[in-house]
Design a protein around this ligand. Structure first.
Ligand SMILES: NC(=O)C[C@H](N)C(=O)O
Length: 322
């Protein structure tokens, strides 16, 4: 049997429902201790609680702490794979952070639950079991960080939470899942073409994320310009266009040396310098805005934060996001 370490960070998978009020909150006695023994038939399991927080409380510093803990454990113990339990609200950000940060070929799987551990139809234990099975699988090696929920295997790069409450919430709108888990085993049907890894020691920059909308005026961007940000991600419209009122303040931000990364608020496709009207992608590219290749806004923000720990050179940043 393989050796798997489970690191708990919190979320609904570590919470319990109050049967009188229906409210869900972190259980004082970590509820996963009750379920971890039933994983013994799948692998030799060790587990530890690193955080016990709802995932809206997660920060990039916590993500770095989690990543260092995984490196530390892989260096000192002979684990075949790692499973991280996490709240689903920011799970995709932590998974993508780990994907960019970790330097390991071993499977690292992030999972969570939409229903707390004592609710009828709870998906917690089931997702944990499938995640352990994926972490034990030979094919899961060298695939970067994976997100396993609801019998599907997704890449950290593409997965996103699509429903507020459905157990099938995690989807990869760009390319679909890369594999599935059934009673007979784990099956991969896609593979990644590229994997990046950035060895950072700290994560300390302030990067803002701004979503655009029809009729948006310059006030929010002007306000952002007066704060001390190290970088900005703009969730643009369509193929990468912004309302005209944003052009001047955005140019001022770029000219002041603050890197600006462009993503689309569409959930499929990539941003490109196609349109040459006021606020069109062509104008933004000429201005020095960095185009990102199909990442969501929150993930581009994580990537920019990591990149800024290593370089502020505009050419390097363009290459990192290409
Ligand atoms: N399903 C969940 O885990 C949601 C919860 N609010 C969290 O992210 O911690």
């Amino acid at each position: 049997m393989k050796n798997v370490l489970i690191i708990h960070t919190g979320g609904t998978i570590s919470m319990k429902e109050d049967k009188d009020t229906g409210e869900v909150s972190p259980a004082t006695e970590h509820p996963l201790y009750e379920v971890v023994p039933s994983l013994a038939e799948f692998a030799h399991i060790k587990d530890e609680v690193l955080f016990h927080i709802p995932s809206p409380h997660m920060t990039p510093k916590n993500m770095l702490q989690l990543g260092s803990r995984i490196h530390e454990q892989l260096a000192t113990e002979d684990y075949d794979g790692i499973v991280v339990t996490h709240g689903t609200d920011t799970l995709e950000e932590t998974a993508y952070f780990l994907d960019l940060y970790l330097q390991t070929r071993k499977p690292v799987v992030v999972t969570g639950a939409m229903r707390s551990i004592n609710e009828i139809g709870s998906d917690g234990l089931y997702n944990l079991i499938t995640s352990v099975r994926v972490a034990c699988s030979e094919e899961a090696k060298d695939k970067g960080v994976l997100v396993v929920m609801n019998d599907e295997i997704h890449t950290a790069q593409n997965v996103t939470k699509t429903s507020t409450s459905n157990v099938a919430t995690f989807q990869s709108p760009q390319y679909g899942p890369i594999g599935m888990v059934t009673k007979r085993g784990t099956f991969f049907h896609h593979t990644l073409t590229k994997h990046e890894s950035y060895p950072i020691q700290t994560i300390s920059t302030h990067v803002a994320l701004l979503k655009t909308y029809a009729g948006m005026d310059q006030s929010i961007l002007e306000a952002i310009r007066t704060t001390n940000i190290d970088g900005l991600v703009i969730e643009a419209l369509g193929q990468g266009n912004i309302p005209p009122a944003l052009v001047k303040p955005l140019r001022d931000i770029v000219n002041s040396g603050t890197p600006v990364v462009l993503v689309s608020r569409c959930y499929q496709g990539i941003v490109q310098d196609i349109y040459s009207y006021e606020g069109g992608g062509k104008q933004l590219k000429d201005m020095g805005v960095i185009f990102s290749n199909g990442l969501t806004g929150p993930k581009a923000r994580i990537k920019l934060m990591i990149s800024l720990e290593l370089t502020r050179n505009p050419h390097d940043l363009v290459a990192i996001f290409a």
